[in-house]
Ligand binder design. Sequence first.
Ligand SMILES: C[S@@+](CC[C@H](N)C(=O)[O-])C[C@H]1O[C@@H](n2cnc3c(N)ncnc32)[C@H](O)[C@@H]1O
Length: 403
Amino acid sequence: MPQTYRFFATTAKGMESLLLQEIQSFGAQDIHETRAGVYFQGTLELGYRACLWSRIANRILLPLATFAAPTPEKLYGGVKQIRWSDHLTPQNTIAVDFSASTGSATSPRSAITHTHYGALKVKDAIVDQMREIHGERPSVNPTQPDLRINVYLNNDEATVSLDLSGDSLHKRGYRKEGHLAPLKENLAAAILMTAGWPEAAKKGASFIDPMCGSGTLPIEAAMIASDRAPGLARAFWGFTGWKKHEPQVWQKLIEEAKTREIHDKKLLPTIIGYDADFNAVRESINNLEHSGMRGKVHIEKRDWSACEPVAPHPLAAASQPEQGPLGLVVINPPYGERIGEMEALKVLHKDIGDGFKKKFKGWQGYVFTGEPELAKVIGLKASRRFVLFNGAIECRLLKYDLY
Ligand SMILES: C[S@@+](CC[C@H](N)C(=O)[O-])C[C@H]1O[C@@H](n2cnc3c(N)ncnc32)[C@H](O)[C@@H]1O
């Protein structure tokens, strides 16, 4: 029987239940949702599968130990209790990510508040133990270490984990530049899942993002429709330098993912990204080229005023009107001071509402915004409102049924 592990998948606040459903679909057992993450159990293959296939997670952690750490010395002592020789050799490189849950400035949740100092203590404990046993110590590589160690401190209790993802999973490995304000890829996936895109795509519904910026939503929509593993283009993982890594298990998953991906464009729905800005279009095309979704997404420079619905895929036309929308039009309009000014943005939001109503009959419209004032100007009644966080900004995904 292969060994069973207990994993922890992290995500952004508000995306936990989507993550839970996703992890469940991977065949995990004993799944528990908690703040900003989900615990689950399974074999190493399941942990690898979560790394390769999770569209919603930030990181997949493998917790090694939890202990009281009210002082730097106790933290050092607790980390030294872990048998690091089980996980690495002195020739390996390491990095330590240390975070502490925040209380208020006057009453922090833990005594150790200085995360750099915490990370240093953890690193010292690991290298001291390795030097005592082997006479040599691992060195530090902050960017691409063989082993990334994650320490989370909450109410003076430390949890030490291995970070199997190695880097945040929202990085799909295709984004090369970015002077725009892109959505994180896992937030884009959360928007699409909340909007029912996976089911709609299977029924042949079309997808348009009329303000696609760097192309995050249409690229993610194409990955979902193609059953493409979101991690397939990533070059770096946190487990390849780990002593217990099982390369043949990982390789099997890669082969499986390659076989699952749908390449026949006739089987895929129409997916479009428009933007009025030339630089955005250029960046979208560049991202598309590197994402493996080339040929599956149409990108074009076009203003919202010229955006029209496209004919549905034969699958969708045949299933109308009982079985769902003809298409989804999903907009993440500019907001805040970073990109546009308020008055112009109000006009744009009013135009969004007008365009939805006049042109997109039989479709579902979605607007993702962090500006309640602008949302009001759309002038249509949202049938549902979902809360999702874009970093620290509380945003709404507003759903409009366009009859
Ligand atoms: C917040 S950004 C979208 C970011 C995108 N979701 C991403 O992940 O990269 C908003 C985009 O709307 C575009 N935009 C603004 N007004 C527009 C209009 N009238 N027609 C089309 N695009 C417009 C901007 O050029 C900008 O790229």
